[in-house]
Ligand binder design. Structure first.
Ligand code: GLC
Length: 599
């Protein structure tokens, strides 16, 4: 990929572009010069480290996990005990006071939030993690900054170097044109895509919250400034940058301003810059869009973009299978060829800090005889806990009273039935809930890609209803599933008589197996298999391993002739229990929510 050509292609061949391009080169040169010898040593080995079976991630908010970076140091052993090899620190850079969308409204990219610690401390922690074989990931919020960011201040003061860093207009003429085709991201809590500030006499583009001002990537200075930040942070030793909300980076009147081709050009340029300055660093892209759009963010062979992407499709399909006890949608959707490049890799997760939106392949749903709208309503109500017989307890997110559309919030454990079981003191339901939690993890740990656990889920933490008493958070139900880590409960993690122990120990065991078996490396693709049983999901890893997972609370019989090329029951062994698989007239028995990793 030719950086210079791409730069001029996007920004036009003129004197300003020439000036900015030279500025970009000097930013890169400076970063190269400042890169520590130890990091350069890692750079020499390239970036293929992320494809290893050893990769297992956890995501956490520092304050929710350990109050601050200082106390975090004492918790590193907990992470190694679980088998974690990469930590994603949720936004930890300085963000605006008051509501800051969980840190996604950054007011200074080069300062660590006071309450978490300092940049020196962060560097120190990164070093400690490295010694334990743990990589560090941070959020890089590059679509917008807080309106309090110094770039916004300078832009408003009329500093010529910061002109046009944001998207603002004196009248509503252009904003209105944009609005005709833009979708709403937070229609309830932050409707519209522009905010009028009477004191400034300006309409500013604010696609997320009002206090998050969209950066104007049509201005090469924005690109340069963001690259400068990226490289400065990379030189602190960060291995993975989670590129936040990338689909929205380029805006164009008359379009949805999502996934536009120039976004891909911008990311490809950033990727190339990383190759030239700090090639051991990788990008994790956050693009929660349709599957065929997500895969484009892997880029192409000659124009790479992100190394890893969130597998939002798998995540929603897992919940769908659990709620409906029917894996056919998952089987059919995952069997579809989306043209993922060979080196494109998924982050597999069961939930994150955000809500869950029900983006299914509607054609496949119809082919299964489901009405897509009705099915979505089923999921919304099931996950909230309103559908008769549902085991889940959650909340709606961004409910639209007119269309009844909504997304859902809730922790893994609560949505798997643990909260309901505890409320009802129902021992049998409790057993089932634990089994569901483990079943979902068994898929993300074995399916090709990198498993990412949300901190607290490893001990089955329940919903945190206290968010409703915190003024800034009360209207955003995503705080329901971002509760504080309960260290007292974590003390039970080695006691198999407790739910915490049952979840933690079994998860730890699965991770151990994954890390010691090369079939879990990213070189082995997962290929779905139709077993003929609609409750049992099955996939093989290039003939080396076969996974069977029962998504129902009833025992299931699977006809082993569906995969007789893989082996006969008597010849197969389950990696998790070590037991030999028995055949009952060519049928294999799976207990409620049981999963087998067969070799
Ligand atoms: C991403 C984050 C989300 C945040 C948004 C705006 O989607 O995951 O939490 O609200 O970006 O930065």
């Amino acid at each position: 990929m030719d950086l210079q050509n791409s730069y001029f292609e996007i920004y036009g061949d003129n004197d300003i572009t020439k000036y900015r391009y030279n500025q970009l080169i000097s930013i890169m040169d400076k970063a190269k010069k400042n890169r520590k010898a130890s990091l350069k040593k890692e750079d020499a080995k390239g970036n293929s480290w992320y494809r290893s079976e050893k990769m297992v991630g956890i995501m956490l908010y520092i304050d929710r996990f350990s109050n601050n970076l200082f106390e975090f140091e004492k918790r590193i052993d907990y992470l190694t005990e679980l088998g974690i090899t990469y930590v994603h620190f949720m936004p930890l850079l300085k963000s605006r006071e008051g509501n800051n969308d969980g840190g996604y409204a950054v007011s200074d990219y080069l300062i660590v939030e006071d309450k978490y610690g300092t940049m020196e401390q962060l560097e120190h922690v990164i070093g400690l993690l490295k010694k334990k074989g743990i990589r560090t990931c941070i959020d890089f919020v590059l679509n917008h900054t807080a309106k309090e960011h110094v770039w916004a201040k300078k832009c408003l003061e009329g500093d010529p170097d910061y002109n046009d860093m944001y998207i603002m207009y004196d009248t509503d003429e252009i904003p209105n044109k944009y609005e005709e085709t833009l979708t709403q991201i937070f229609p309830g809590v932050a409707p519209g895509n522009f905010t009028y500030y009477p004191e400034l006499g300006k309409y500013v583009m604010t696609r997320f919250y009002e206090f998050q001002w969209d950066l104007n990537y049509r201005n090469p200075q924005v690109f340069n400034k963001i690259v400068e930040v990226l490289l400065t942070l990379a030189n602190k030793g960060i291995d993975i940058f989670r590129l936040d909300a990338i689909p929205y980076m380029w805006k164009q009147i008359g379009t949805s301003s999502m996934n536009l081709s120039n976004v891909h050009k911008l990311i490809a340029m950033m990727y190339e810059i990383v190759q030239q300055v700090c090639p051991s660093v990788i990008f994790l892209g956050e693009a929660i869009v349709q599957p065929f759009e997500i895969v484009k963010y892997f880029g192409t062979r000659d124009r790479k973009e992100c190394n890893v992407m969130y597998n939002a499709s798998l995540m929603v399909l897992l919940w769908n299978s659990l709620a409906s006890r029917d894996v056919r949608l998952m089987y059919k959707s995952l069997s579809k060829d989306y043209g993922i490049p060979d080196d494109g890799l998924w982050i597999n997760y069961v939930r994150c800090h955000d809500d869950i939106g029900w983006g299914f392949e509607t054609d496949i749903l119809r082919s299964l005889g489901c009405d897509p709208e009705q099915h979505k309503q089923f999921m919304i109500q099931f996950m909230e806990g309103k559908f008769p017989g549902s085991f889940s307890i959650g909340e709606l997110y961004e409910f639209n009273p007119v269309t009844k559309d909504a997304r859902n919030s809730g922790t893994l454990a609560s949505m798997c039935g643990l909260e309901q079981a505890i409320n009802e003191r129902h021992i049998y339901k409790l057993e089932l809930a634990v089994k569901r939690i483990l079943l979902l993890h068994s898929i993300i740990i074995s399916y090709t890609g990198i498993p990412l656990i949300y901190s607290g889920d490893e001990i089955g933490q329940l919903n945190d209803w206290s968010y409703k008493t915190i003024k800034e958070n009360a209207s955003d139900s995503r705080w329901l599933h971002r509760g504080k880590m309960n260290w007292e409960d974590a003390e039970n993690r080695n006691d198999l008589a407790t739910t915490q122990g049952q979840i933690f120990k079994r998860l730890q065991h699965m991770i151990e197996i994954r890390k010691s078996n090369v079939y879990f490396s990213s070189d082995y693709k997962s290929i779905p298999v139709d077993t003929g049983n609609k409750s049992v999901f099955c996939f093989h890893k290039e003939d080396k391993m076969l996974v069977l997972a029962n998504f129902s609370e009833h025992e299931q019989w699977v006809d082993s002739r569906a995969f007789d090329w893989f082996g006969l029951p008597g010849e197969m062994k389950d990696l998790i229990t070590g037991r030999q698989i028995r055949s009952y007239n060519n049928n294999i028995l799976l207990g409620p929510y049981e999963y087998l990793w067969l070799v």
